[in-house]
Write a protein that binds this ligand. Structure first.
Ligand code: 5GP
Ligand code: MG
Length: 470
């Protein structure tokens, strides 16, 4: 098994004033990247201290915690909900103490050789672990090197040569702050200048709220150190031959107002809609998004096709996320609670709905039925990415990805199952064009089953299953 799967959000900040409130605000800007738990660590002049807990950022870190977290440099984390690995002990930042001080790390991604490395250190060196989190492993490996050389850059570099897979990290070692991105750049990480200092964040939208200047993305393989005066870059000695930015960041995961690796998320989604309208035209009365993630895709479709855009679903923002609920009945009930049709938009109309992705097909099955019950004459479906057929080992929750409808069914069969009048997915080529980066610089593993890195054991098993099904 690969390591635990979770996509998350990370922040780092170094200022001339206290940073905890700033980190708190930045974490709230990337709250969509994780709602299970959150935490902040700062260096208070003597040592690293941490406040963390379950829930949204403002539940996990209370005003009293913020007051206590006095210090000029720190890191923060929001953790994605996943059905497994819910334990509180996995909450980040994770701290490790050595004789020279404390290392705290916040991690977004997933280490693909986690089990092998953990076994090596458990069996071979008698280490103990408190969590099932690959972030603890990373922090302990960094600590191991720091004990030997007390040089954080060298220690991080050695660690990078041991771990494989996806990692965007913010690291606090006493009063020193670092940002690290894996050599493929699977997960985003950017650098910004704010009024009285510098910050690191998973998404550029977190820099925007400080009216800060977005400086640039951390280059894949790069280590950045932020100090009181500015930042220093330590490029990696052994860059991988190509990059592998996760396409799902643009399609679903990131905020539309963020710019990732030079491409604004909103614009990419508009482009996808544009391309969908060309690849899969339809004779309908109106185009409707499945909110929120399908909005910009639907708008792009509407503008390119000239077909009117309407809001036809009202979203209840206070319902738990349907996607991670453990059983199908609960997921279906939750979709009904979450989205309700606007009858006047729908009645008697031929409708085209646009969603970002189909995983199990639960959402669309329910929505199409709702639209028909509300009087829709026809319901056509367009999807902002190609059929998802392969699990993600780089940080998007896998538990939820083991039941892909597209693994066992053709597009026509899926259309029938969800009860649509027509169904069209964005092609892989269309998706690549919409993002606007070379195909070789993207991770498209979940839609083309080509993994940018070596994946141990389970991929072979999975590929055998793929062959059986096609
Ligand atoms: P399905 O209902 O087909 O299983 O999932 C598709 C829906 O879930 C889409 O509306 C999409 O926006 C959303 N979705 C896709 N991937 C993820 C994910 O990794 N996490 C969550 N929470 N939602 C997702
Ligand atoms: Mg959605």
């Amino acid at each position: 098994m690969a390591g635990p799967k979770h996509s998350c959000g990370v922040v780092g900040m170094y200022c001339s004033e206290d940073v905890a409130t700033g980190i708190f605000k930045a974490l709230r800007m990337i709250q969509h990247r994780g709602q299970e738990s959150a935490g902040i660590s700062v260096f208070n002049g003597k040592r690293v201290i941490t406040a963390k807990g379950p829930g949204l950022v403002h539940d996990a870190v209370k005003p009293n915690d913020l007051k206590a977290l006095s210090g000029k440099c720190g890191i923060g984390h929001v953790r994605y909900p996943s059905a497994q690995n819910k334990a509180d002990r996995n909450t980040e930042p994770i701290e490790v103490e050595i004789s020279n001080g404390v290392i705290a790390i916040a991690h977004n991604g997933s280490i693909t050789n986690y089990q092998e490395l953990k076994k090596k250190y458990l069996d071979g060196l008698g280490w103990t672990f408190l969590t099932d989190s690959d972030s603890e492993l990373i922090s302990k490996i960094i600590a191991k090197h720091l004990i030997q050389n007390n040089d954080p850059i060298r220690s991080i570099r050695y660690t990078m040569s041991e771990i494989e897979g996806a990692y965007s990290l913010t690291i606090l070692y006493n009063n020193r702050l670092f940002g690290v991105r894996d050599p493929y750049g699977f997960r985003p990480l950017c650098l910004g200048r704010i009024e009285d200092g510098y910050m690191l964040a998973s998404e550029s939208a977190a820099v925007d709220i400080f009216r800060g200047d977005f400086i640039r993305n951390i280059t894949p393989g790069e280590i950045i150190e932020i100090t009181e005066e500015g930042f220093k870059s330590y490029p990696s000695a052994s860059l991988s031959q190509h990059r592998a930015h996760c396409m799902f960041e643009w399609i679903y995961f990131a905020r539309p107002d963020s710019v990732i690796d030079g491409k604004e998320v909103y614009q990419v989604r508009r482009n996808v809609g544009d391309i969908l309208a060309e690849e899969h035209p339809a004779d309908v009365d109106l185009v409707m998004p499945v909110p929120d993630s399908g909005r910009a895709h639907a708008l792009g479709y509407s503008i390119r096709s000239g077909i009117r855009y309407e809001e036809g679903f009202m979203k209840n923002r206070f319902v738990e996320r349907t996607f991670i609920l453990p059983d199908q009945k609960q997921r279906e009930a939750s979709v009904v609670m979450k989205l309700n049709p606007i009858r006047s938009t729908v009645k008697g109309k031929r409708i085209l709905i646009v969603d970002d992705s189909i995983v199990r097909g639960t959402t669309l099955l329910k929505l199409i039925k709702m639209l028909r019950d509300a009087g829709a004459k026809e319901v056509h479906v367009r999807i902002g990415c190609p059929p998802i057929i392969a699990p993600c080992y780089y940080g998007v929750d896998m538990k939820s990805r083991d039941q892909f409808i597209a693994l066992k069914h053709t597009v026509e069969e899926i259309r029938q199952q969800i009860g649509a009048d027509s169904l069209g997915y964005t092609s892989v080529q269309g998706l690549v064009k919409a993002i606007g980066l070379p195909e070789n610089d993207l991770c498209l593993a979940c839609v083309n089953n080509k993994y940018p890195t070596k994946i141990h054991e389970e991929v072979h098993r999975f590929q055998a299953r793929l062959k059986e099904n096609y």
